[in-house]
Design a protein around this ligand. Structure first.
Ligand SMILES: Nc1ncnc2c1ncn2[C@@H]1O[C@H](COP(=O)(O)OP(=O)(O)OP(=O)(O)O)[C@@H](O)[C@H]1O
Ligand SMILES: [Mg+2]
Length: 512
């Protein structure tokens, strides 16, 4: 016997056109009650756009239909009615106000008030906030400022806000790349929340580039390619990583062994660290020669994530740093001397450290080079245009529009622009901090290949990452950290499994 039930959420023929370009074409989506459904696709394929159409942030072209529990809701969807429809969203940036308290963030727009005066009833709000946390099994004080929370607590606040007052077993909650905001050690907890919600009957839609995660927690998967749904609701039990990759790219994916396919020659000079300390890392002494790719990795609390910003001079610290034997003076609050010495840094948080999102791609790409390449404006413009077009082509940025503001690009495409900006001129030192977290399976190999290419061309390259596949693909050696210091070094030949096993052994305390 087959059970026929009404879909919790059904989307038919949803399209949207921005300035003449159709970004989403007749998208379909069907979520059953209580299922965990993944939405995947390359950078710029339209995932966030689809979500923003359902949440009423964007207005769909006419002809689209959205149903919740079989009942049609009007398109364009009214943001104000989402809550009533049982639709909740945790957006990519979490959307919290750090200066406000947890209670204020959770209750914004729904404050309990005292009858006549309209004054906010803080006590009632605090109770509602606590109830929302009880469900998640977390204990966060409502009067804490969001700025003072650790990342996993911030995510809990965003989820609690999305979930409050929901009717048990109903509704849909949508996560747009939320797991990226969660530190690896809090991920299992997050998956636990998702599973709990689904087991009670709420439907979950989540966007992720991490195919391992998709296979692990999703029941079914819908794939967008270039604005069209190419697969709707395929059961993950029939798929593996290669299978999803093929659906996403429309061809087989490849994460090459770039160490062997792109051999590099060690050259004179490099990047030397002597007793560098800061953040959660200390005692860093190392020489990364030009032509070498060296990785730093470890478990979440090992201190490896402090290394990138520290050695790039973005975060202050002690010790000495040399570029080609020249000591770099590091003022406390400026990385300018590092930049001048030829140190390029691709930060994790591209919004705060890397790109001026309101400026165009061309402005972002050429700005750091104006000083060295600056020319009279007539030849200068031609140069800027040529170089920007090279970057757009090399990293397959979509759309290849150099005059578009960076803010209109999808997350992964912004990451590619950032890479291009720094690699335009061969840097002496290239430091990458978790560079593939926002990019799709196709762009990932482009980013890694570009990093390896920088070493082949003569840069000293440092990769700080928890992605063992990335490390094994491009690093000549890697340093594994624990308790803020390097405790073990692996050399090629090494596989992703070797790195995983070594990191795991160290965590267990059995350092070999
Ligand atoms: N407001 C806008 N104006 C113009 N173009 C836009 C706008 N918003 C999105 N786009 C374009 O729509 C396309 C789809 O973007 P979207 O953000 O949905 O991609 P995505 O699948 O979420 O990618 P990513 O994985 O990188 O986050 C992109 O080419 C993007 O440049
Ligand atoms: Mg997106």
């Amino acid at each position: 016997m087959t059970m026929v039930s009404t879909p919790r959420l059904e989307v038919k023929n949803l399209s949207v056109t921005f300035t003449g370009v159709t970004v989403l074409k007749n998208a379909h989506l069907k979520l059953m009650p209580g299922e965990i459904h993944a939405l995947v696709g390359q950078n710029g394929s339209g995932k966030s756009t689809l979500i923003k159409l359902i949440s009423g942030v964007y207005k769909a072209d006419s002809g689209g239909e959205v149903y919740v529990d079989g009942k049609r809701i009007g398109t364009p969807v009214h943001t104000a009615s989402l809550h009533e429809q049982g639709l909740a969203f945790v957006h990519q940036d979490l959307g919290l106000v750090p200066d406000l308290t947890v209670r204020e963030n959770v209750r914004v727009g729904r404050h309990a008030t005292f009858g006549f005066t309209g004054m906010i009833n803080k006590k009632k709000d605090a109770r509602a906030t606590r109830e929302a946390f009880d469900f998640l099994g977390v204990d966060i004080k409502p009067e804490t400022k969001v700025a003072d929370l650790v990342p996993s607590e911030r995510v809990a606040v965003a989820i609690a806000r999305a979930l409050q007052e929901r009717n048990l077993g109903s509704g849909v909650i949508v996560f747009d790349e939320s797991s990226r905001a969660i530190p690896p050690d809090a991920l299992e907890e997050f998956y636990g929340h998702i599973r709990l919600l689904a087991s009670q009957g709420t439907s979950v839609l989540f966007v992720s580039h991490n195919l391992r995660e998709v296979l692990k927690i999703a029941d079914r998967v819908t794939v967008l390619r270039n604005g069209s749904v190419v697969e709707m609701g395929a059961p993950t039990s029939d798929l593996d990583e290669a299978g999803i990759t093929r659906l996403v790219l429309g061809k087989d994916g490849e994460l090459g062994d770039y160490v062997r396919s792109m051999p590099s020659e060690i050259r004179e000079g490099g990047f030397t660290l002597t007793n560098v300390a800061g953040g959660r890392a200390f005692g860093l002494s190392n020489t990364i020669r030009r032509g070498e790719v060296v990785g730093y990795t470890g478990n979440v609390d090992s201190g490896f994530s402090s290394v990138g910003p520290l050695i790039a001079g973005v975060h202050p610290g002690g010790g000495e740093i040399y570029v080609d034997s020249k000591k770099i003076k590091r003022p406390k609050h400026s990385s300018l001397p590092m930049v001048r010495a030829g140190v390029a840094f691709i930060p994790q948080d591209r919004h705060y450290l890397g790109l001026a999102t309101e400026l165009t791609v061309q402005e972002n790409v050429t700005l750091p080079h104006l000083r060295t390449k600056g020319k009279p404006w007539w030849t200068g413009l031609a140069w800027q245009r040529r170089e920007t077009e090279t970057v757009l082509a090399k990293y397959e940025v979509t759309p290849p529009d150099r005059k578009a503001a960076v803010s209109t690009f999808s997350g992964g495409n912004q990451q590619k622009v950032l890479m291009g900006k720094w690699l335009l001129e061969q840097p002496a030192v290239l430091i990458l901090d978790d560079p593939t977290q926002a990019v799709d399976v196709g762009a990932r190999s482009a980013v890694l290949r570009a990093a390896r290419q920088a070493a082949v061309d003569g840069s000293a390259v440092v990769l700080c990452s928890a992605e063992v596949d990335d490390l094994a693909a491009i690093c000549d050696r890697i340093h594994i950290m624990e308790g803020g210091i390097v405790v073990r070094t692996l050399q090629q030949p090494m596989t992703a499994d070797d790195i995983l096993a070594a990191t795991y052994d160290i965590a267990k305390g059995s350092i070999t």
